[in-house]
Design a protein around this ligand. Structure first.
Ligand code: ADP
Length: 226
């Protein structure tokens, strides 16, 4: 589903963020990407999202070559990918329900689809009781669960979770990881970036270790070797 072929990313100031990365992620996989700060994880994610282009090498998502993608085609690609961030990025003046509904409105879904799907995904992340709360009335773990509901509601093929547990305590971290695992079990590909050794070990799934823009390890059984 995702293919990086000898990808280099050099920023205009000369920083080499990716240094010859080759990797592939198959549909249905759950892949964690680990590495110290500055290793190149965010750059990798930006290239998958089409937010930035490689300096050399190619990045593709299914048959779409992201090096050649035109800006007008990026929204179409982005609809196939749900993204979750460390800082949640919810709209503060909308309730949990409205935050999720808004993602469906933007994608052009009908009122009937919204009315049927939003409660369903909020139930999946165990937030039925709090769906009318505003973000300020929710805990960090609950905010992240709303963000997950929003990311999955349009049934993307891929979920990218960029340090999703970075602001959470261990109990909430565990819950978020279990939800991501459940989403993956339902067939969605998940790419997770994390610093958290416990998360990677609890998952027991494929782990890619990055260092200074290179992949230094690719382990299929959840080993974290930093
Ligand atoms: P990580 O997510 O693993 O912390 P990043 O991909 O953010 O790593 O960064 C990789 C390297 O690229 C770092 O040295 C960082 O300072 C640099 N970098 C990231 N974004 C930019 C940018 N827009 N311009 C210049 N350098 C950048």
């Amino acid at each position: 589903m995702i293919y990086f072929d000898n990808v280099y990313k050099v920023y205009p100031d000369g920083t080499k963020a990716l240094d010859g990365v080759t990797l592939s992620v198959k549909q249905g996989e759950f892949v964690s990407i680990v590495g110290h700060s500055g290793a190149g994880k965010t750059t990798l994610v930006k290239l998958i999202l089409g937010e930035d282009h490689p300096t050399e090498g190619s990045v593709s998502f299914d048959s779409v070559n992201l090096r050649k993608i035109k800006s007008k085609d990026v929204p179409k690609l982005r609809r196939r990918i749900g993204v979750i961030f460390q800082d949640f990025r919810l709209l503060p003046n909308k309730t949990a329900y409205e935050n999720v509904a808004f993602a469906m409105e933007v994608a052009g879904k009908t009122d009937d689809e919204i009315a049927s799907d939003v409660p369903h995904v909020l139930e999946l992340v165990d937030l039925t009781k709090k769906m009318w709360n505003f973000p300020r009335q929710l805990s960090g773990g609950e905010l992240q669960r709303v963000a997950i509901a929003r990311a999955i509601v349009n049934q993307p093929d891929l979920i990218i979770a960029d340090e999703p547990t970075g602001n959470l305590d261990p109990i909430n971290t565990y819950e978020i990881v279990q939800i991501l695992k459940k989403i993956n079990d339902m067939g969605t590909t998940v790419v997770l970036t994390t610093h958290n050794k416990g998360v990677v070990e609890a998952l027991g799934k494929r782990v890619i270790t990055m260092d200074h823009g290179k992949i230094t390890r690719d382990d299929s059984t959840g080993k974290y070797a930093l």
